[in-house]
Design a protein around this ligand. Structure first.
Ligand code: GLU
Length: 509
């Protein structure tokens, strides 16, 4: 196939926030298009007006912006195949439904909601399930079962109807899926799906295949939940005399334990987001967390998603978007479901955090410092970041790892004091204060040399001195290399912290 003809699409229904599985589907489409020099289209499938949720479309568009997933055509971009919102294409669909009726592949059905539920109830009473299919269609009220004149009368009098697909009887449908290979289904297990509704709108199935055809989509890459619809879609293409696109159904995203599809509830229960951005339900006001608001970098989020269901064929794990485009292929998408791993998501974020420059992180950290009422010089913050970034997963973690650079300890960790503030500590720290007051230059390496020499000469315990020292500087037994800390704090601040600590902790009896 020549590359210029590769056209793929992501076709969400604006029924709520986009699940990360949907983001992954869009990402794979985007990577596939970019890799093959094709076009990527965003189409909004909003034919089911009862499920429309205000704000969902904007959410979807914003989520892709955040992720760096770009479209070439579609609701955000325009293009030669528009409009790209199905509710604006209403006029397009009816003629194809009519064409299917004329060719004998579809029929009018006049059954009312009441008649259908009576039918279902009658079947249930006999412990059977009613299906509108080849076996039952002649027992129903439609243009196949009713006399021609009656059908005409009903149509002329404006009686509401739907248009159903006339599923062929006992036909073996052979299909190809780029991930699964050959897929076969017998039509006897399929029903006569509604293609066109009484509200004048097509259903998903009809609108979807018409638009894929008219928009010249070459590859339909979508979630595995659509695999059961594939035979109907393929039969529709064939009934309309159209060449069907290639299909690839992506594996499901599974719960962390591998049992079942990853759902919103798993996220709430296990404490990780299942949506790219935070979402506030417009009806209930309920808030669902998002990767962006949790502090994930978009690059880390995208990298993590890319590897859920696809592998590069080697051990590499870190891919920016360019590298993903370069490495991506449908052949390497796995057949089996991909288990979501929240710890791995954090690992990716940490990897991207440590790759960022200290200045960039400092800039991202400045607003957090401000929230803590800390006024700090950016140069100083940059140096702090260099010492603590290895210990952080998110920018927001930097505060816990570094607050002691910005605020003097006022309290000292009680457990640490009990264990590490010994009878000799007061005397030793008083000596240390004198020593440091006279140490020049106050660099990490020089202070380290001087202090260690002093400990050795006095035969003090290294651990004992260093723990007490850390306690006075940090307030707890945490933080990076102590001599790096004091070098950044400077001589005056270091000595003052020792004095303060001596006053507060005093002599141990
Ligand atoms: N509108 C469908 C959805 O919301 C699109 C499925 C497809 O890609 O064919 O997932």
């Amino acid at each position: 196939m020549s590359n210029k003809n590769i056209r793929v699409r992501f076709a969400p229904s604006p029924t709520g926030p986009l699940h990360i599985g949907g983001v992954r589907t869009a990402l794979y489409n985007f990577l596939f298009a970019r890799k093959n020099g094709g076009k990527f289209i965003l189409r909004i499938e909003d034919t089911d007006q009862t499920r429309f949720v205000p704000g969902a479309e904007d959410y979807i568009i914003e989520a892709f912006k955040w992720c760096g997933i770009e479209f070439d055509e579609g609701v955000t971009k325009g293009g030669d195949f528009g409009p790209y919102t199905q509710s604006e294409r209403k006029a397009v669909y009816k003629q194809y439904a009519d064409e299917l009726i004329t060719s004998g592949n579809a029929y009018y059905a006049f059954d009312t909601a009441e008649q259908l539920s009576e039918k279902r109830a009658a079947f249930e009473a006999e412990k059977k399930t009613f299906t509108y299919n080849a076996a039952e269609r002649l027992n129903m009220g439609n243009s196949l079962s009713l006399p021609k004149e009656e059908v005409e009368r009903l149509l002329e009098s404006g009686t509401p109807y739907v248009i159903r697909f006339k599923m062929p009887e006992n036909e073996q449908v052979v299909m190809n899926d780029l991930i699964r290979g050959k897929v076969e289904v017998n039509t006897s297990v399929l029903d006569d799906k509604i293609l066109f509704k009484s509200d004048g709108m097509p259903t998903y199935h009809l609108a979807n295949i018409i638009d894929d055809h008219l928009m010249e989509i070459s590859h339909v890459i979508r979630g595995e939940e659509w695999l059961p619809s594939l035979p109907l879609h393929v039969l529709l293409y064939r009934a309309l005399g159209w060449q069907e696109p290639e299909f690839a159904h992506l594996p499901l995203l599974l719960k962390p334990d591998g049992h079942g599809k990853l759902s919103k509830r798993d996220g709430d229960r296990l404490g990780f987001p299942v949506f790219p951005l935070q979402w506030k339900d417009p009806k209930t006001g309920e808030l669902s967390s998002g990767y962006r608001e949790e502090g994930y970098f978009p690059e880390a989020f995208v990298n993590m998603l890319a590897l859920l269901g696809w592998n590069p064929g080697d051990e590499r794990e870190l891919f920016d978007m360019e590298a993903l485009i370069e490495a991506f292929s449908i052949e390497r998408v796995n057949k089996s479901g991909a288990r979501f791993d929240a710890e791995k998501a954090k690992w990716f974020n940490h990897q991207y955090l440590i790759k960022k420059s200290n200045i960039e992180l400092a800039e991202a950290f400045m607003p957090i410092l401000k929230e803590h009422h800390v006024l700090a010089d950016k140069e100083f913050v940059t140096q702090v970041i260099a010492l603590v970034k290895e210990r952080a997963t998110f920018v927001k973690d930097l505060w816990d790892q570094s607050f002691f650079f910005f605020v003097r300890p006022e309290e000292y960790d009680t457990k640490a004091v009990k264990k590490r503030w010994k009878a000799a500590s007061y005397q030793q720290m008083t000596e240390l204060k004198e020593l440091l007051l006279n140490t020049e230059p106050f660099t990490a390496s020089h202070t380290e040399e001087v202090v260690k020499k002093w400990i050795e000469e006095n035969e003090y315990g290294m651990g004992m001195v260093m723990n007490a020292f850390r306690l006075l500087i940090v307030g707890a037994l945490k933080g990076p290399h102590l001599f790096d800390i004091i070098a950044l704090l400077g001589q005056e601040e270091t000595v003052e912290r020792i004095s303060n600590g001596l006053l507060t902790l005093g002599k141990k009896e």
